[in-house]
Design a protein around this ligand. Structure first.
Ligand code: GDD
Ligand code: GTP
Length: 426
């Protein structure tokens, strides 16, 4: 049989997702009307042989309980458990710590999904490649531009056999533009011994490690505490400590997806993720999407409890959360409007995340800047400064009537009475 593990990390890792992670852990943030990890579950549920799913992280025990309750109702065939690490153990450390639970019932293989990616998770295709090649490990890969490749794990593979020949996590210089999507299928007999040898190596010969993070914004507000975590000796990383070894000695293959793939790291990256999942839902004829009309440019998701004035023009790529109120003559595109937010008449909201219970005044204009479709970054340079391309209003912010907000990140409970651009408002 086959199981699935979703790696969710923990609260300190959500720093780049501020200010939204101040209210809600990133994996539970809604994109295209559903929590980020629910999209993983939808893919997992399409694999008939998966009966058991573990969410592994170091968030508090209570954090995922309501979600687990609701997802178990949606997918009654899945048994879902949260396994809590007492501290960050790293992507491989967590798997190893819970190996007894994962190995229970003797599954021969299991999937590992990074919760912070958005893609179509072609798990059945990965299973097929695994069987065809008699593999011990399969990872999902995608092509990115040469400039962004070094922000990810890079794969050198044999184009014909699809075998992984060489793997380097976030290399200093270019080695390949085929990158690790953060989705794996491992043989239980291969992965646990491989992690065990990595742990042994680590205790015998401690190394000084330095991992640059892929997208550090200049503002001190965004400085993550990844460094602190690297000090932890207990941390064993799949990417740095295990995958290269498997590539050297094992039956390791890569499935290259031609479908969409994005990371969800910064808060702004929720906007492209929202667009990609909405488009996918639209293409598969999902009934939960709003019906296209003169004022609804698909794809658009409107929660059944939201109130949208019929003269408001929405879309493409807009999600409207529960109980949100959208006034007459409003224009919204490429945006996420969260629960209980209100957008007053004739306001315009573009490339923006409107936080929970925030209010946007009449004739206000709140906007971000689109990033190119091939870009894996959500920051842009404006007036010589690196700023968030997407405008983000934290919880309970208020934008006055006729005020213009451009490329700003606004912390919770702030009131914007004057025009602002390219700022973090604290
Ligand atoms: N349970 C647990 N414990 N989860 C963790 C931990 C941990 O200690 N540390 C990270 N995670 C989770 C994160 O929440 C995320 O879902 C995933 O593991 C990977 O996070 P990072 O360790 O921050 O790696 P990354 O995202 O910079 O890079 C990884 O993903 C890229 C694709 O998005 C690597 O696998 C890259 O090679 C890959 O390209
Ligand atoms: P459409 O032509 O409306 O489909 O959009 P577009 O993609 O050509 O337009 P753009 O991205 O430039 O702007 C989005 C829409 O918002 C445009 O139709 C503008 O007329 C409208 N818009 C711009 N500013 C405002 C505003 O302050 N208030 C309102 N209500 N609408 C605005």
């Amino acid at each position: 049989s086959t199981k699935a593990v979703i790696l969710v990390g923990g609260p300190s890792r959500g720093t780049r997702f501020r200010p939204l992670s101040m209210e809600l852990p990133k994996p539970l943030f809604p994109v295209a009307g559903h929590p980020i990890i629910e999209h993983c579950f939808r893919a997992i549920a399409k694999v008939p042989e998966i009966k058991e799913v573990f969410i592994v992280g170091y968030y508090d025990e209570s954090v995922f309980q309501p979600f687990i309750h609701s997802i178990s109702t949606t997918f009654p065939q899945l048994s879902v458990k949260y396994l809590r690490e007492y501290q960050a153990l790293g992507t491989a450390g967590g798997l190893y710590h819970f190996r007894d639970v994962i190995l229970k019932g003797k599954p021969d293989r299991f999937f590992v999904l990074n919760a912070d990616v958005c893609c179509s998770f072609p798990l059945n295709e990965m299973l097929k490649l695994y069987d065809d090649k008699d593999a011990e490990a399969v990872m999902l890969g995608t092509r990115v531009t040469n400039e962004s490749a070094t922000n990810f794990g890079c794969i050198v593979s044999d184009a014909h056999t699809k075998r992984v020949l060489h793997y380097v996590e976030k290399p200093e210089s270019h080695i390949s533009n085929l990158i690790n999507c953060g989705v794996y299928l491992f043989s239980t007999e291969t992965i646990f011994p491989a992690i065990r040898s990595a742990i042994k190596r680590r205790t015998e010969r401690p190394r000084i490690l330095n991992y640059p993070s892929s997208e550090n914004l200049q503002s001190s507000f965004f400085q993550g505490d990844d460094e602190d975590e690297d000090k932890e000796n207990a941390v064993i990383r799949l990417e740095q400590d295990v995958l290269a070894d498997i590539a050297d000695s094992r039956q390791f293959f890569v499935l290259e997806t031609k479908d969409f793939w994005r990371q969800i790291k910064t808060a702004g990256s929720a906007v492209p993720a929202n667009a990609l999942y909405l488009l996918k839902a639209f293409q598969s004829g999902a009934e939960e999407l709003a019906a296209p009309s003169a004022n609804i440019i698909p794809p658009v998701y409107i929660h059944p409890s939201a109130h949208v004035d019929p003269t408001a023009k929405l879309g493409p790529n807009v999600s409207i959360g529960p109980r949100a109120v959208i006034g007459a003559g409003v224009r919204i595109k490429e945006s996420i409007v969260l629960d209980d937010a209100e957008v007053k008449h004739d306001a315009c909201v573009l490339y923006t995340i409107v936080g929970w219970s925030s209010k946007i005044g009449a004739w206000a204009r709140v906007e971000g800047t689109p990033t190119p479709i091939t870009s894996h970054s959500t920051s842009i340079i404006k007036n010589g400064h690196k700023v968030q391309s997407i405008t983000i209003l934290g919880k309970e912010c208020a934008v006055g009537d006729e005020v213009r907000v451009q490329n700003c990140v606004c912390l919770p409970y702030k009131e914007l009475k004057r025009d602002v651009a390219n700022e973090v408002i604290m």
